[in-house]
Design a binder for this molecule. Sequence first.
Ligand SMILES: NC(=O)c1ccc[n+]([C@@H]2O[C@H](COP(=O)([O-])OP(=O)(O)OC[C@H]3O[C@@H](n4cnc5c(N)ncnc54)[C@H](OP(=O)(O)O)[C@@H]3O)[C@@H](O)[C@H]2O)c1
Length: 156
Amino acid sequence: MDTVAGFEKLREEGSIRAWGVSNFDLHDLEELPKGAVPACNQILYNLTRRGPEANLFPWCERMGAAVMAYSPVEKGALLDHPDLRRVATERGATSAQVALAWSVRRGGVVAVPKAARLAHVEENAAALDLELTDEELEVLDRAFPAPGVVPLETLS
Ligand SMILES: NC(=O)c1ccc[n+]([C@@H]2O[C@H](COP(=O)([O-])OP(=O)(O)OC[C@H]3O[C@@H](n4cnc5c(N)ncnc54)[C@H](OP(=O)(O)O)[C@@H]3O)[C@@H](O)[C@H]2O)c1
C-alpha cells in the first residue's frame, strides 16, 4: 500500500491526474487506504468471463472507478461461438463487434481489444456505434450465463 500512498501524494501535488490498478479482486480493492479510489481497474472481462459482474462491478460503480476490460474477445477464442455468430449475422455485424459492444454495454466500462491488423482496428472501432437490443442481450445472456461470485480470473 506504500505504492498507493505514493500515487495519492503525486495526485494531490498535481503531478499525475489519476492512477489505476489491474487484476484487483474485491478483497484487494477493499484493502485500499480509505479515500484512495483508483480511476480504473483493468480486469479480464468478456462474454466467457462474467464473474466480475457479481461483486467487482458494484464496488466500482459505487466508488466511481471505471472497469477496463482486457482480452475482451478472449484473444479471439470466443469469436466462433455459434450463438454469438448468429446474433452478429442477424445484425449485419461481426462476432468481434458484438462481443465488444456487449462488453461496454453498461456505463463505466471500457474495453481494450488488442489488434495488430488494421482491418481489425477499424472493425473494432466501429463497434462503438453498435447498441445491442434487449432481445440480443437476452440471447447472449442465455448463451454465456454469469457464474455468480467467483475469484477474479486472470490471463497473462
Ligand atoms: N492487465 C493484464 O493483466 C492484462 C492481461 C492480458 C492482456 N492485457 C491487455 O489487454 C489487451 C488485449 O488483450 P489480449 O490481446 O489478451 O486479447 P484480445 O484483445 O481479446 O484478443 C486479441 C486477439 O484478437 C484478435 N482480434 C482483435 N480484433 C479482432 C477482430 N475484430 N476480429 C477477429 N480477431 C480480432 C487479434 O488479432 P490481430 O492482432 O491479428 O489483429 C488478437 O489475436 C492488450 O492491451 C493487453 O496488454 C492485460
